[in-house]
Design a protein around this ligand. Structure first.
Ligand SMILES: Nc1ncnc2c1ncn2[C@@H]1O[C@H](C[S@+](CC[C@H]([NH3+])C(=O)[O-])CC(=O)[O-])[C@@H](O)[C@H]1O
Ligand SMILES: O=C(O)C(=O)Cc1ccccc1
Length: 242
């Protein structure tokens, strides 16, 4: 696995973060060293898929990157005749994701990898939908419509797994948890320069919201039961059951 050194030299101008080839090449290392609980969440996506996948239904991994969650869904799949759709609009990610899936021969049957904008993708007959750290990159004005479309395309009893970086209304708690997240990154080998340059690159690209904002929007979008099932510092994952 290639090591993420993208922000380790001082940059005169910091461009907006994008999911290009440079990021795709180091993405697994980047997300594992940046997101507390990322591996634990993937393991639980496997368990949740075992629980929620319904025979003959579709499963979606929206914003799949290199397919970490796609593989977890494929591994957890024990229902018959299901199809997994993994979607990302970064061609660099999709190319690499296809290669990774081909290497996992036993899981590639029934997995389709599509290069598309998740706002344009049809969701139909779904039992499990995953947005693992993807909604935070969608313009805020488009988030409700996307969640409404997902809910409308789901079977009753189906589940959406929504993982996000979050902010907190309480300023003290917000600064505290953001600071602890930086400590986590430092403990995983990132320098203060890398942390601060990446923070600038993400500033207008990754827009986190509060947990109550997510909860209320999911309920308005049509989900009937919504709550957090995992949290580590300012990263969390929610379940939304239709
Ligand atoms: N409109 C869009 N349409 C499609 N894809 C998009 C869009 N906007 C952003 N993306 C894609 O969403 C992914 C977000 S990363 C997901 C990790 C993965 N889920 C994982 O479990 O490893 C999270 C992170 O980097 O923090 C990137 O691959 C983008 O190209
Ligand atoms: O690195 C960060 O600070 C993050 O918030 C997580 C992240 C992980 C991978 C790509 C973009 C953001």
């Amino acid at each position: 696995m290639s090591k993420d050194r993208i922000y380790n030299q001082s940059m005169a101008k910091i461009a907006d973060f994008s999911f290009d080839a440079q990021v795709a090449d180091v993405f697994t290392d980047m997300i594992e060293r940046s997101v507390p609980g990322y591996r634990a969440i993937l393991t639980m996506i496997e368990t949740l898929t075992e629980h929620y996948a319904q025979p003959g239904s579709n499963l979606y991994d929206l914003g799949c990157s290199l397919g970490g969650a796609t593989l977890a869904m494929a591994n957890g799949m024990n229902a018959e005749n299901c199809t997994i759709y993994a979607v990302d609009n970064s061609s660099a990610m999709v190319e690499r994701c296809r290669k990774i899936m081909q290497r996992s021969v036993h899981t590639c049957a029934g997995v389709h990898i599509d290069s598309a904008d998740i706002r344009e993708v049809e969701i139909a007959d779904a039992s499990v939908v995953v947005l693992n750290f993807t909604l935070q990159f969608i313009p805020q004005s488009d988030r409700f419509q996307l969640l409404e479309k997902i809910c409308a395309g789901m079977r009753p009893g189906g589940v959406l797994i929504l993982s996000e970086k979050v902010i907190f209304k309480d300023d003290h708690l917000d600064e505290l948890l953001a600071g602890i997240h930086h400590d986590f990154k430092r403990a995983h080998g990132y320098s203060d320069l890398e942390i601060s340059q990446k923070r600038s690159a993400l500033e207008n690209v990754l827009i986190p919201e509060t947990i109550p904002t997510h909860r209320e929007r999911l309920l308005s979008a049509g989900f009937s039961s919504v709550d957090v099932w995992f949290q580590c510092f300012n990263f969390m994952s929610m379940l939304a059951v239709k």
